[in-house]
Design a protein around this ligand. Structure first.
Ligand code: UDP
Ligand code: MG
Length: 315
């Protein structure tokens, strides 16, 4: 077999306190990639996102026993999005797979994704999770709402259950990296760069060990960030809301004037007054809050800070 004709596949794995699963992940990943060893060389790029456990030690160890293991360690926790950016920037592969360390993105699907990307000629193959396990009913309800709202607001076409588990071509990765914004919402970025994506469904799986880093509230704020990052529609909605309220106020003024002219002025109307005052106050705060969100994001972008800071790496 011609050694030189082999292409390279990079596996990018952001990790935050994953000591419980990292070894198992590595084993499963290797045995899956092994199936492709006739066609592909591999490298694994681990990103230690400021873990406080033994995650980095395990990475160092793995890189000693396997020269194809690369790692980058952040100076603190910068978040998964920063990890993804760092991993993609260091990946050298003709193909790049992005996946979680906790085996919720089962490595056994990599060969199938590779086949799909070759057959379909797409530049990316994404995995779509079907049905969250019974546990998180509330979560899955909100997750569905999120996907719907996102596709309405952002004119994006994000299928339900779309995960970050993805195989991409070099062209796709380079396009993703060309978006150098600070406020990174990977799902939106993947969508924004275009190309054709093929979605493969797979059944939801539990974490192999360790704990999820997401609470309900962090997920909620993440979705708000996503919307602010990829849509300016909330701003438009705010103005429309203002217009509608003005119109209602106008009609109400007319009604009040007419009523006074016809029936004189009784002292009633206190509850209405309070309701209107509260509603107006609430709406104004809401709209100001929306403006504030965009302002805050713009502020952070202007500062032009680095997306992450690495304190140790072997790439
Ligand atoms: N992760 C990260 N930085 C963070 C939070 C998470 O790199 O600040 C990684 C984490 O190690 C895992 C992936 O992102 O590999 C997904 O995280 P998690 O499994 O906690 O999320 P969930 O699957 O529950 O949505
Ligand atoms: Mg997970």
């Amino acid at each position: 077999m011609e050694e030189t004709e082999k292409k390279l596949i990079s596996v990018v794995v952001p990790c935050y306190n994953e000591e419980a699963v990292l070894m198992q992940f590595y084993d499963e990943c290797i045995s899956s990639i092994d199936e492709l060893s006739g066609e592909l060389d591999y490298e694994i790029v681990f990103i230690d996102d400021g873990s406080s456990d033994k995650t980095l030690d395990i990475m160092r160890e793995l890189s000693k026993i396997d020269v194809n293991v690369k790692y980058i360690s952040f100076s603190r926790n910068f978040g998964k999005e920063a990890g993804i950016f760092a991993g993609l920037s260091h990946a050298k592969g003709d193909y790049v797979v992005l996946m979680d360390a906790d085996l919720q993105h089962p490595p056994k699907y990599i060969p199938r994704m590779y086949d799909a990307i070759k057959e379909s000629g797409c530049d990316s193959v994404g995995m779509r999770r079907i049905r969250r396990s019974k546990k998180g009913r509330v979560r899955s309800f909100f997750s569905r709402r999120f996907f719907r709202l996102m596709s309405k607001l952002g004119n994006t076409d994000l299928p339900e259950g779309a995960t970050d588990f993805r195989l991409m071509t070099r062209a796709f990765v380079d396009s993703v990296l060309s978006m150098s914004e600070y406020n990174r919402f990977t799902k939106g970025i993947f969508n924004w760069v275009g190309y054709k994506t093929q979605w493969l469904p797979y059944p939801d799986t539990e974490r192999a060990g360790g704990k999820t880093k997401w609470s309900f509230w962090s997920l909620l704020s993440y979705s708000v960030e996503g919307m602010v990052a990829f849509s300016t529609k909330p701003l438009a909605i705010a103005s429309v809301l203002g217009i509608v309220i003005c119109f209602i106020a106008f009609v109400m003024t007319a009604v009040v004037v007419l009523k006074t002219l016809i029936w004189g002025e009784p002292v009633a109307g206190f509850p209405t007054l309070i309701t209107v005052i509260l509603m107006m106050g609430g709406l104004q705060l809401l709209v100001m809050g929306i403006l504030g969100q965009y302002f805050a994001k713009a502020y952070l972008e202007i500062k032009n800070r680095p997306i992450y800071i690495a304190k140790e790496k072997n790439v």
